[in-house]
Design a protein around this ligand. Structure first.
Ligand SMILES: [Zn+2]
Length: 138
């Protein structure tokens, strides 16, 4: 029930890499934005839809280093922050570019430009199915 609400809120799109569940070979996870062990809650405001790759790379991380400034910063929080405030698509829509320390650190920590994702984005873009509609614009 709660999982369905989280998936609907995210419109079936990974809240980190923007992958679409309908084109994924593995089911998406409901993940805790702030891990339970770090004091995160089980409530909707701490849950996010994540693809398996992002969920695995995020694991229990809450911070990562921004390679430009060298600062240790919190990972992107889809409940408190807007994706477009921290990321943008490359001109060909295959890569996610971090535009802030949080964005850059999250791209690295969650491997948001994994090879399989780059290839999938290229094909989906050619088919007119990428990038997904931005739920934040609705
Ligand atoms: Zn993802």
């Amino acid at each position: 029930m709660r999982g369905r609400l989280v998936a609907e809120r995210a419109r079936g799109v990974c809240e980190y890499c923007r992958s679409q569940a309908r084109f994924a070979t593995h089911s998406f996870s409901i993940e805790h934005v702030v891990p339970l062990h770090a004091g995160g809650s089980d409530e909707l405001e701490n849950l996010a839809l994540a693809c398996q790759g992002c969920n695995n790379h995020k694991y229990t991380k809450t911070t990562a280093r921004d390679l430009v400034s060298g600062a240790l910063v919190p990972l992107f929080n889809p409940r408190l922050q807007l994706w477009r405030d921290h990321f943008l698509w490359s001109a060909d829509f295959t890569q996610i570019l971090g535009t802030t320390p949080i964005g850059r650190a999250t791209v690295e920590a969650l491997h948001l430009n994994r090879l399989g994702l780059l290839n999938l984005r290229e094909l989906l873009y050619a088919a007119g199915k990428h990038p997904p509609l931005d739920s934040e614009d609705a």
